[in-house]
Design a protein around this ligand. Structure first.
Ligand code: NAD
Ligand code: MG
Length: 300
């Protein structure tokens, strides 16, 4: 078995640890990859670039950890200059990611701040332009997920914060970035299997993911007049800090991902190729689309 070689042909059920692993530890929100136990694979030792994004300029929200980190590493190894955004408390994760990006020989910058603030979203775009000069790829990947079992315990504050972080920030960032995006540019949003198969306990989160899927399709139709494509990736259960910091209750972390046909959680490294495809010109005829990377739970 070549657990961390994504190019060697192998049984995908056994490529990584199975759903029998005990994942019962938890950490405060936002979780850190540095504290994630067991550690996740972001393609650090495996992703091989082949110039598919040479010279492109990318902004990736939540690029410090999890899926965003794997996407950032892949984009850098494909030749893109990258800005990652993250919350100030995630500085240790951001530094680890930035080291990886710089090792790939591209320009890489981190911009900490809260995307739930419209003024910060505008400042993030302005800083990206001052550092990179353009935005050819915008990856709206940052997200908030907090499990609440009972409706009575789901506060208006949480409901509002989840929508502000997951949906409003995406709207503010797309709007601010658009004036800097040339024809050929690509917007990629991170939706979820939760958009299609919502879980009890993720009422607010699943609702935002439904909104992201619809937003993606409507925006794609709006922006094709400018030659800009808009698509989304829908991950299934992926082993990231989000899950270990309140995204699931600790008892649900045990056997995380075991229920999907592949019988195990996905790793962030397994998501990156879908984002690279949607970012690159290889997907020139693809817009208003959602690519599922779900371990077999499939989109409708
Ligand atoms: P993660 O915790 O590594 O990434 C989420 C990131 O969101 C954080 O690193 C943080 O930087 C950012 N973020 C959250 N709130 C923010 C705020 N207010 N301001 C700025 N940044 C903020 O976890 P992940 O699982 O890699 O999540 C990435 C995306 O994938 C999210 O949109 C999540 O909903 C989605 N997703 C994850 C899974 C999964 O199983 N892990 C499944 C489907 C979809
Ligand atoms: Mg993080």
């Amino acid at each position: 078995m070549n657990a961390r070689n994504q190019y060697a042909m192998q049984d995908p059920r056994k490529q990584y640890a199975t759903g029998d692993t005990h994942y019962d530890k938890s950490q405060p929100d936002p979780g850190l990859d540095t504290k994630l136990s067991p550690q996740a694979d972001h393609g650090e030792d495996s992703y091989q670039g082949s110039g598919r994004l040479q010279g492109r300029k990318a902004l990736i929200t939540g690029g410090d950890s999890g899926i965003g980190r794997a996407v950032a590493i892949a984009f850098a190894r494909e030749g893109a200059d990258v800005v990652i955004s993250y919350l100030p408390s995630e500085q240790p994760d951001a530094e680890t990611t930035l080291q990886q990006l710089k090792k790939a020989g591209v320009n890489a910058y981190g911009v900490p701040g809260d995307i739930a603030d419209e003024a910060f979203c505008k400042a993030l775009v302005a800083q990206t332009i001052s550092k990179l000069g353009s935005i050819d790829i915008l990856v709206n990947n940052a997200g908030k997920q907090q499990f609440v079992a009972d409706l009575a315990d789901l506060s208006t504050k949480q409901f509002t914060q989840t929508f502000t972080t997951n949906v409003f920030a995406m709207f503010w960032l797309c709007k601010a970035a658009l004036t800097h995006m040339p024809a050929g540019a690509s917007i990629i949003n991170t939706t979820s299997i939760q958009s299609y198969q919502p879980s009890a306990g993720l009422l607010d989160y699943a609702s935002t993911k439904g909104a992201i899927t619809s937003f993606t399709k409507a925006l794609a139709k709006m922006l094709i007049d400018k030659g800009i494509r808009v698509n989304a990736v829908a991950p299934g259960p992926i082993w990231t800090p989000l899950q270990q910091s309140g995204g699931q209750p600790p008892e649900k972390l045990d056997n995380f991902g075991k229920h999907v046909p592949l019988g195990r959680p996905g790793q962030p490294a397994e998501l990156a190729p879908a984002y690279v495809y949607l970012a690159s010109q290889e997907s020139s005829y693809v817009t208003a689309e959602v690519i599922g990377v779900t371990g077999g739970e499939h989109l409708p």
